[in-house]
Design a protein around this ligand. Structure first.
Ligand code: SF4
Length: 447
């Protein structure tokens, strides 16, 4: 493909992914258990809440992965984790009003499907006792096809599974060897079939480009196999090589990684293949079949962004349980102790495990609104969405600066900032995040 130096320069910029504003690496110690308890207690009676439960274990650790997880060869640490999760659920439940209902439950990790069926039962019972389900609750689970079977799928159906997210990355064997993960297309297809036979209508795949030894031919072959399975949604992420943050990535040799121009070629190839096969683009890195709820939300301006990426979940309160899990309230963010041992120690002392977070100021809320709309729709009314009459006056100069600094990536129609190509949305959002330059170098490339 043609090398465009400006495009490459822009996309090599290191910019947060803005699954929250401010990004989690800027949370500080000002939020602890007392603040978390106060925010839980301020939840209005009857308010809907979403739950995220982080299961921080995998049977094997993939080298590319930057998730908060640890290896567990036996079930003993998992039982200890469940004991402490029960304490955490009790502490949270005691601080919430009695009649909150959960509109969404997401099990992430790590590998939630390494829980045996009886342990899944135990976890489900704790959740159901403490947080009654709202009718139509969405239940989503991250599934590792290598750690899942029919018995687990049956158990997940009893919990009310509506959506499954499956990590694929790339099916090529050389690429898989270089990232320490072996997962065949046949095994993945069996899980997809098992889900569909049980009536699960929402299947997401995660794909990565920019992996070691990945070429356009290999990625095209992976896409061909993926398209045969026809997932409802596909998240297509650029592999972020950040070994200073994710130590396991040191096992990946930098010399085997595609360069910036090759990454652009891989991403364009995947995009073209997905668009040619009935998928529509969602935000900066998702694709969905036109009838999928994410595509419908995008068309009607109801798309949102949270720690799992793009979502239709508009709930203001998200409660995160488990090590490193993040809770979001209108007042701010609260993140649990990241290490499983430290999280357990806190709970063993009958204290909430909150370690850090951020209290949202009026300005933070305005910036968060602007960044979320840019990341979801590529356009934002600089006056809108907030109870802040001065917002336009403060944000218009930033929009003008963005247009001056990166000509062609956006234009202003009165108070509406309209972004150009999706690949620049992260950069445009970063201009409103006046602090990001101070911490540049800690984020992944924008492509
Ligand atoms: S990719 Fe999944 S299975 Fe592999 S280490 Fe990360 S969370 Fe665990």
């Amino acid at each position: 493909m043609t090398h465009d130096p400006l495009k490459t320069r822009l996309l090599e910029a290191r910019v947060p992914r803005y699954t929250s504003f401010p990004p989690a690496n800027r949370f500080g110690p000002e939020v602890g258990p007392d603040q978390m308890a106060q925010w839980l207690g301020a939840t209005p009676p009857g308010a809907p809440v979403s739950l995220y439960i982080h299961v921080p274990f995998c049977r094997r650790l993939c080298w590319f992965c930057a998730c908060r997880t640890q290896g567990a060869r036996s079930d003993e640490p998992i039982d200890r984790y469940l004991d402490h999760l029960a304490i955490e659920i009790g502490l949270v439940r005691d601080r919430l009003p009695r009649d909150v209902a959960t509109t969404a439950l997401h099990l992430g990790g790590g590998t939630p499907t390494l829980l045996s069926p009886d342990r899944m039962d135990r976890l489900a019972a704790m959740v159901e006792d403490a947080f009654p389900a709202h009718p139509g609750r969405e239940v989503s689970v991250e599934i590792d096809p290598c750690e899942c079977d029919g018995a687990r799928l049956d158990k997940l159906m009893e919990i009310g599974l509506t959506r499954a997210s499956i990590g694929v990355q790339d099916f090529d064997r050389e690429v898989q060897s270089a990232i320490g993960r072996h997962q065949s297309a046949a095994r993945t297809a069996r899980i997809v079939e098992g889900l569909r036979e049980r009536g699960v209508g929402g299947i997401n795949f995660d794909l990565l480009y920019g992996l070691p030894h990945q070429t356009e031919a290999k990625l095209a072959d992976t896409l061909r196999q993926v398209l045969e399975m026809r997932p409802d949604r596909i998240a297509l992420y650029g592999y972020a090589h950040v070994p200073w943050m994710a130590r396991r990535q040191r096992l990946i040799s930098e010399s085997t990684l595609p360069d910036a121009t090759e990454r652009l070629g891989l991403s364009a190839l995947a995009r073209d293949a997905l668009l040619a096969n009935g998928y529509v683009e969602i935000g900066i890195d998702h694709y969905a079949l036109a009838g999928d709820s994410l595509a419908q939300a995008e068309r009607s301006g109801r798309l949102h962004r949270n720690f799992q990426g793009y979502t239709t979940d508009a709930t203001e309160r998200l409660i995160g349980l488990g090590p490193s899990a993040i809770s979001r309230f209108p007042q701010g963010y609260a993140q649990n102790q990241a290490a499983t041992g430290a999280w357990q120690d806190r709970l063993a002392g009958a204290t909430l495990a909150t370690a850090r977070g951020h209290v949202m100021s009026k300005t933070d809320r305005a910036i968060a609104f602007i960044i979320e709309r840019i990341m979801c729709e590529g356009r934002v009314d600089l006056r809108g969405g907030q109870d802040d009459p001065d917002m336009l006056e403060r944000t218009l100069p930033l929009a003008r600066r963005a247009i001056e600094e990166f000509p062609g990536i956006a234009r202003l129609d009165g108070p509406v900032l309209q972004a150009g190509s999706r690949e620049y949305w992260r950069l445009l959002a970063s201009v409103f995040d006046t602090e990001y330059e101070d911490s540049a170098g800690r984020y992944s490339m924008a492509s």
